[in-house]
Design a protein around this ligand. Structure first.
Ligand code: NAD
Ligand code: ZN
Ligand code: ZN
Length: 344
C-alpha cells in the first residue's frame, strides 16, 4: 500500500510503498477514508536527530477515520464496513487513568512503549491503518469522514481544554482564542456551542481572522504587540476569564498572560515551547495556567455527538495521498485556512 512517511531527519515526508498490514489477535484493520494534517507533525519533523523519540521511517497521521476492513481474532462488536473514528492517544487500557477513559494520561504508556498512530506507531496517512484495540474506535454514525476526521484532534484537544474552564465561562464572560488555525477555528465553535461567553479570536493572518468571524468569533484582533491592550479594552479593562493559546510561542504566551482576568484560566495548547511564569504579582491573582494534552475517550464521543447536532462546521482543504507532502508544505507556510485533510 501507499503511505506518507517521515524517513530522514529534516527532510520532507515522502509517499512510498510499504507492506499491507494484517490484523493480529485483538487488532482492527481500517481502510482509511480520511486523515488530518496537524501542526504537531511539523514540530516533530523539526526536531533534531539527537533525542528524536520515534523510530524512522514513521508513517504520519494521528487523525484518522476509516471503515473496518478486517478484524483480528477475538474482536467483537464491530463488523466489516463499519465507519469509525480513531481515538489517537492510546494507553494501556487498564491503569487508573485509562480506566477513567483518560488514555491521553496513561500512567504506563511510556514504560510499555505504547504510542499513538502517527506519533511513534504507523499512522493514518496510508491506505490502511492497524488499530491496536477495538476500544480505540468510535462509530461515525452518519458523520462525513472529511468533516469528522479533524474532530479526533483539532476538535478533541480544544474540547478537553474548554471543558476544564466551563465554570469560568458564564454570562458576561470573555474567552480568548489565540491562533485561529486547525484547532483554533474549532475552539471558537466549541466555545459558542458550550458557553454564553463573548469570544475574541487572535491571529497574525487577516484571512484566518475572517474565518474566525465566519465560525462565530464576536471580535477579532490582529496578534501583534498591541493585541493585549486591544483585548483589555474589549473587556472594559478587566481581561478575559479564559484564554486558550493554540500557538504557545513567546509573544503569544505573553499576550495570554497579559489578557487574563483575576481568577482566569490560561490554557497553553500550542507546543511552541514558551513558558508563562506563575508567581505572586506576575499574573493577576489566582490565575491558573495549564498545558493539557489531547483529550479523553469519553470526550471524543461527546465531540462527535456535538458535530451530529450540527453545532460544528470544520473548514477543510482536501489533498490526495500523492499530494500529502504539499499539504504539509502549505501548513508550514501558514497557507491552510482551517484543516488540511488527506484522502488516501
Ligand atoms: P495551525 O497551523 O492550523 O494553526 C495555528 C494558527 O496560529 C494559524 O492560524 C497561524 O496563523 C496562527 N499563528 C501563528 N503565529 C501566531 C501568533 N504569533 N499569534 C497568533 N496566531 C498565530 O496549527 P494547529 O494544527 O491548529 O495546531 C496548533 C498548535 O497546537 C500547534 O502548536 C500544535 O502542535 C498544537 N497541538 C497541541 C495539542 C495538544 O495536545 N497540546 C494537540 C494538537 C495540536
Ligand atoms: Zn495533532
Ligand atoms: Zn493506562
Amino acid at each position: 500500500m501507499k503511505a506518507l512517511q517521515y524517513r530522514t531527519i529534516g527532510a520532507p515526508p515522502e509517499v512510498v510503498g510499504v507492506p499491507d498490514p494484517e490484523p493480529g489477535p485483538g487488532q482492527v484493520l481500517l481502510k482509511v477514508t480520511a486523515a488530518g494534517v496537524c501542526h504537531s507533525d511539523i514540530a516533530v519533523m523539526s526536531w533534531p536527530a539527537e533525542g528524536f523519540p520515534y523510530e524512522l521511517p514513521l508513517t504520519l497521521g494521528h487523525e484518522g477515520v476509516g471503515t473496518v476492513a478486517a478484524l483480528g481474532a477475538g474482536v467483537t462488536g464491530l463488523r466489516e464496513g463499519d465507519a469509525v473514528a480513531v481515538y489517537g492517544p492510546w494507553g494501556c487500557g487498564t491503569c487508573a487513568k485509562c480506566a477513567e477513559g483518560k488514555e491521553n494520561y496513561c500512567l504506563r504508556a511510556g514504560k510499555l512503549g505504547i504510542h499513538p498512530p502517527g506519533l511513534g506507531r504507523p499512522g493514518s496517512m496510508a491506505e490502511y491503518l492497524l488499530v491496536d484495540d477495538a476500544r480505540h474506535l468510535v462509530p461515525l454514525d452518519g458523520l462525513d469522514p472529511v468533516a469528522a476526521v479533524p474532530l479526533t484532534d483539532a476538535g478533541l484537544t480544544p474540547y478537553h481544554a474548554i471543558k476544564q474552564s466551563l465554570p469560568k465561562l458564564g454570562p458576561g464572560s470573555t474567552a480568548v482564542v489565540i491562533g485561529s488555525g486547525g484547532l483554533g477555528h474549532v475552539a471558537i465553535q466549541l466555545l459558542r456551542a458550550l458557553t454564553p461567553a463573548r469570544v475574541v479570536a487572535l491571529d497574525v493572518s487577516e484571512e484566518k481572522l475572517r474565518l474566525a468571524r465566519e465560525v462565530g468569533a464576536h471580535e477579532t484582533v490582529l496578534s501583534d504587540a498591541q493585541a493585549a491592550a486591544a483585548v483589555r479594552e474589549i473587556t472594559g479593562g478587566l481581561g478575559a476569564e479564559a484564554v486558550f493559546d493554540f500557538v504557545g510561542v513567546e509573544p503569544t504566551v505573553k499576550t495570554a498572560g497579559a489578557v487574563a482576568a483575576v481568577e482566569a484560566d490560561v490554557t497553553l495548547v500550542g507546543i511552541g515551547g514558551a513558558a508563562l511564569p506563575v508567581g505572586f504579582g506576575l499574573l493577576p491573582f489566582e490565575v491558573s495556567v495549564r498545558a493539557p494534552y489531547w483529550g479523553t475517550r469519553a470526550e471524543l464521543i461527546e465531540v462527535l455527538a456535538l458535530a451530529r447536532s450540527g453545532a460544528l462546521s470544520v473548514h477543510t482543504e482536501t489533498f490526495s495521498l500523492d499530494d500529502a507532502p504539499l499539504a504539509y508544505e502549505r501548513l508550514h507556510a501558514g497557507a491552510v485556512n482551517g484543516r488540511a485533510v488527506v484522502l488516501p
